[in-house]
Design a protein around this ligand. Sequence first.
Ligand SMILES: [Zn+2]
Length: 202
Amino acid sequence: MDLLLPRRCAGCAAPGEHLCPRCRQALRTPPRRIHTRVDPHVPVWSLGPYDGTHRRVVLAMKEHRHLAVRGMLGPVLAAAVEFLQVRGEIDAAPAPVLVPAPTRARAARLRGGDPVADVCRASGLAVSEALRHRPGVADQVGLGVAKRRSNLAGALELRRIPPGRVLLVDDVATTGSTLAASSEALLAAGCRVVGAIVICHA
Ligand SMILES: [Zn+2]
């Protein structure tokens, strides 16, 4: 793709790199606890508000098949997990297994693979793509809180039981309904979910 398109920063569009030093610095903020309207049953941490660099980088990784940015967000996610371990917010050992919040299969195909799963894999931590949508679940975009919640109730299923303690990962937390449905599916199967981490929160 570099032959076809000049390389631009996903955060600020400056020419030269996939992610410029200034935007890398902006993504290096420590994760902090957030509270969503729908109770996700587990603590949720976010790397930043859905604004500025975070927003543009998430849009780039999601909508523009920006595989390079997904690869660069992997170490950002790993650093955030390490920060939470050092602070004692999640146990350092055994390390948690990352479980990406599921993307509908069709959306993932359009985006050139599931972006959140790609970021998880690029983190170097253990990943289990344990969750998937049952067929026929409508897109969450454009739905209100109650509709999002009912749309997802019972909509997720486990493909496998993730080994060990689980840290859920998603790109954006809006109402918290995807995280809630994800943690419910895991908790119902007896998994220990230590929390959820998102790249940004709206
Ligand atoms: Zn930049």
